[in-house]
Design a protein around this ligand. Structure first.
Ligand code: FES
Ligand SMILES: [Fe+2]
Length: 459
């Protein structure tokens, strides 16, 4: 019996995950501290979640040319994401088939092959073993496919966003995304040509469970408190003209923004209804950054009536789109959560640039991207640090063993507060924890399932 057979075998009394009572650990309005602290549950998540469902890996613009590669992870599995010589995107296990060392130790590059640093086995970027040093030393036929690099069997992109799963029974990616795909479309379509290109990242690591980040991804309740210093800074700069996240002041429940759950653990928080619908509406909300007045004056001088529509391209889109378990679009960023251990997580913020589609003057593209760099610095540097402090302090708080429950019951049980729409999506006020209750139903469904996991190798 292979390890994969064992993972896929029906539960027995002794098989790890069957020992947990998932319905007890995650209830309608609360979750048990163990799901954030137990190493065995973390290990089960690495197969049932980061393996059992679609997980975001990378953006196609990070490997634009044939033979480009980047290294990433799927749960704890090290991967090489490569565009091979025929342009096909593959997710190769970054693991030599000889004795198991990682093959590629670079973050990115361009190469037709990978040579193992240990004994020099050499692999094509299709995953095929190309040759080994002194092959006469082997009695066996080294062309046996078992020596080709393992790869993730299902790699699909949605408009440039590359997702993968090991689960042969998972729905096709588009069906899995369902209604959240339309919101991703809207996020992309406001950019020239409906595209963005990914820039280098702002990288954070925190000492806490990965789910703490996803639990916060749609949380409109914490903003006025956790990000108070940021709100005060923005508003001190902006005077009477409240900027940035100012719409969280007063009572955020009475604002036009809302949260929607779209299924499969995915949700978005939509602050767009708070915007003034006019060219420059988004730009007007952008908080103060060094140099922005200069750009604004220069755009008005150069582009006249068109200036504010162009400046909107540098403004942050006021919607947070979250695809379970590890992907968020917020403002102009792509944020990715990478579990490192039960109490350690990477939170990586990739900035994005717009590209020339022939309709925006070339010098405006350059200036908008320079300005986007400024607007994209704000939140990760002044907001994410607040969130990470919370995640680390939650992890500490959860070490109080006897106090077992985490509550997610805001908005729960209030008649008429949460609406189920005709398409099955769920709408609630932006401060409710409805999103969390819903993504935990998906988490529980996946943890109870016996996913049909597989790898493949070139024949
Ligand atoms: S471990 Fe890679 S060649 Fe030996
Ligand atoms: Fe936050």
């Amino acid at each position: 019996m292979t390890a994969l057979d064992k993972i896929n075998a029906p539960p027995t009394r002794l098989s790890g995950t069957a020992l947990y009572d998932w319905d007890y650990l995650v209830q309608e309005d609360r979750a048990h501290r163990l799901i954030y602290t137990d190493p065995a549950i973390f290990e089960a998540e690495m197969t049932n979640i980061f393996g059992g469902t679609w997980t975001y890996l990378a953006h196609e613009s990070e490997i634009p040319n044939n033979n480009d590669f980047i290294t990433r992870r799927l749960g704890l599995r090290p991967l090489i994401v490569v565009r091979d010589g025929d342009g096909k995107i593959r997710a190769l296990y970054n693991r030599c088939t000889h004795r198991g060392t990682t093959l590629c130790r670079w973050d990115k590059g361009n190469s037709k092959s990978f040579q193992c640093p240990y004994h020099g086995w050499n692999f094509l970027n299709t995953g095929k073993l190309r040759g080994v040093p002194w092959p006469d030393g082997y009695a066996e036929d080294m062309r046996d496919p078992k020596y080709n690099i393992a790869q993730v069997p299902r790699v699909e992109s949605y408009r440039g966003f590359i997702f993968v799963t090991l689960n042969m029974d998972a729905l096709p990616l588009v069906a899995h995304l369902g209604p959240i795909a339309k919101v991703i479309d809207e996020w992309l379509d406001r950019n020239p040509g409906g595209k963005v290109v990914v820039c280098e990242a702002n990288r954070f690591r925190y000492r806490g469970n990965w789910k703490l980040a996803y639990d916060n991804s749609c949380d409109g309740y914490h903003v006025a408190y956790s990000h108070r210093s940021l709100l005060e800074t923005e508003n001190r700069f902006a005077g009477e003209n409240a900027k940035g996240m100012a719409y969280y002041r007063n009572s955020p429940d009475t604002q036009a923004m809302y949260m929607r759950y779209t299924g499969h653990g995915n949700h978005f928080k939509d602050k767009r209804p708070n915007l003034e619908k006019r060219p420059g509406g988004l730009w007007a909300l952008e908080s103060a950054h060094p140099g922005m007045e200069h750009y604004e004056a220069e755009f008005i001088r150069r582009y006249g009536d068109r200036a504010f529509a162009l400046l909107d391209l540098a403004g942050s889109e006021p919607v947070n789109i979250n695809v379970f378990p590890n992907f968020s679009l917020l403002g102009n960023h792509i944020q990715v959560f990478e579990p490192i251990g039960v109490e350690e997580t990477n939170a990586i913020w990739y900035g994005t640039m717009i590209v020339d589609d022939g309709h925006v003057p070339a010098d405006a593209i350059t200036d908008i991207n320079a300005l986007r760099m400024r607007t994209q610095e704000g939140f990760p540097n002044f907001g994410e640090v607040d969130d990470i402090a919370n995640f680390e302090q939650i992890q500490r708080g959860l070490m109080a063993l006897e106090d077992e429950w985490v509550y997610m019951n805001r908005g729960f049980g209030i008649p008429g507060r949460i609406k189920t729409n005709d398409d099955g999506t769920i709408t609630a006020p932006a401060t409710d924890e409805a999103f969390m209750r819903e993504h935990f139903k998906e988490w529980k469904r996946l943890m109870k399932a016996r996913p049909n996991l597989a790898i493949q190798r070139e024949p």
